[in-house]
Design a protein around this ligand. Structure first.
Ligand code: ADP
Ligand code: X15
Length: 394
């Protein structure tokens, strides 16, 4: 993917509609994790320093086309002001006469934040009329919202029909690392896929099987693979309707010469609770009525030896119920193996980000994606609408 970015275009004096993903976790009006806001700062600063008029737009939550007071971007604007050390005015709408007037008064280097674009029903419908109104505010569309790039909405895709569109620095970085890993990885290339369900990751596994040397499976989804191989898995989470699919994926791996790594031991618990009784057992000895909630220490060792020898590793989904400390060791073990890997290490969003943070190794990763759903779709090999609309280099 060879997309133009803000580094390739003239910005001085230009009005820039910059779509960001400020859909951050918030509790009682307080931002509990500002990663996505901080991730957009390099782009915003770049635009300011080049003398652009920066019109920021984002969604927040799922207000379904209505104004929802708790979903206003007011707390985000004040946090961004402190990160930029410059006042960021937040407008009360994202279109309309007041917005046009405020944009008209902007000086070069100014930053304003429009109100939650999902307050208009046309946003999620990718309504051309709304897209045109966004476009009319600006000379250039910059998409820096990787986390929303899998959505074909008016402010992520539709707007690009009417004004030139380029990537912001965060978008560029996400494409460089995720795209680079998938299109020309340094080998050996290992993918680690975990999380609750096979169902959610079928397309990811199928696409990764065409690219990787090693595929490591963990988390709840491993149970379905184990059962498909004939192991008794007790009361573990399992998708009985996906057993044939699991067998077919194992067959595909064999045909392609991909080494598929499955748990050899697991931590089982007598119930789904942080204080459950637990023990480590080999996968052929899961007691009836017990459930596998984490990979075991032998499995961690095997996974680790493959991970540390890899030149590229992509990870999505925890190895167990890592939210409970009692079942977090497998996930933390894999995170530490990623830390010990000298190659390129990429975390594909979602819960895995929380996992590397919990393990205290986030700083050592080469790239942590800001998109959960977006990075999954990227790993499925899909072209993301918010990326597709960006101008290509000639
Ligand atoms: N063995 C298991 N049994 C039940 N749930 C599990 C197991 N392993 C992992 N999980 C759960 O899977 C969830 C994450 O799954 P998922 O949403 O697919 O991952 P991600 O958000 O990384 O894409 C976590 O809440 C975790 O507790
Ligand atoms: O937080 C988001 O999704 P994610 O948790 O899958 O990364 C994005 O902002 C997209 O939001 P949406 O799933 O409401 O379109």
């Amino acid at each position: 993917m060879n997309k133009k970015s803000i580094r390739d275009v003239e910005l001085a004096g230009k009005r820039v509609f910059c779509r960001v993903d400020f859909n951050v976790p918030m509790q009682d009006g307080k931002i509990t994790d500002d990663t996505r806001i901080r991730a957009a700062v390099p782009t915003i600063r770049f635009l300011m320093e080049k003398g652009a008029k920066v019109i920021l737009a984002s969604h927040f939550g799922r207000p379904k086309g209505q104004v929802v007071e708790e979903m206003r971007l007011t707390p985000v604007a004040s946090h961004l002001s402190s990160l930029l050390d410059k006042e960021v005015r937040k407008l009360d709408d994202s279109i309309g006469a007041d917005v046009e007037a405020a944009v008209g008064r902007m000086e070069n280097g100014d930053v304003i934040l429009l109100e939650n674009v999902r307050f208009h029903a046309g946003e999620e419908k990718n309504d051309p009329e709304l897209a045109k109104r966004f476009a009319a505010l600006a000379d250039l569309f910059v998409n820096d919202a990787f986390g929303a790039a899998h959505r074909a909405h008016a402010s992520t895709a539709g707007i690009a029909q009417y004004i030139p569109a380029v990537a912001g620095l965060l978008m560029e970085k996400e494409i460089r690392f995720l795209g680079g890993a998938l299109s020309k990885p340094e080998r050996p290339f290992t993918a680690i896929v975990g999380g609750a369900k096979v169902k959610d990751k079928i397309a990811v596994i199928e696409n990764l099987l065409t690219k990787v040397d090693h595929l490591i499976i963990g988390g709840g989804m491993a149970n379905t693979f184990l059962k498909a191989q004939g192991y008794g898995i007790g009361a573990s989470l399992c998708e009985d309707d996906k057993l044939d699919l699991a067998r077919s994926l194992m067959e595909q791996a064999k045909e392609r010469g991909v080494e598929l790594l499955m748990p050899v031991d697991v931590v089982v618990a007598d119930r789904f609770a942080a204080d459950a009784e637990k023990k480590v057992v080999s996968i052929d000895a899961i007691p009836d009525g017990w459930m596998a909630l984490d990979i075991g220490p032998k499995t961690v060792e095997q996974y680790r030896s493959v991970i540390v020898e890899s030149k590229t590793v992509v990870w999505n989904g925890p190895m167990g119920v890592f939210e409970m400390d009692a079942f977090a060791e497998g996930t933390i073990g894999v995170a530490k193996a990623m830390e010990a890997c000298a190659g390129t290490t990429i975390i594909g969003g979602g819960d895995s980000v929380a996992a590397v943070e919990k393990a205290g190794v986030a700083e050592q990763m080469t790239h942590i994606s800001t998109g959960g759903g977006a990075s999954l779709e990227f790993m499925e090999g899909k072209e993301l609408p918010g990326v597709a609309v960006l101008a290509d280099h000639e």
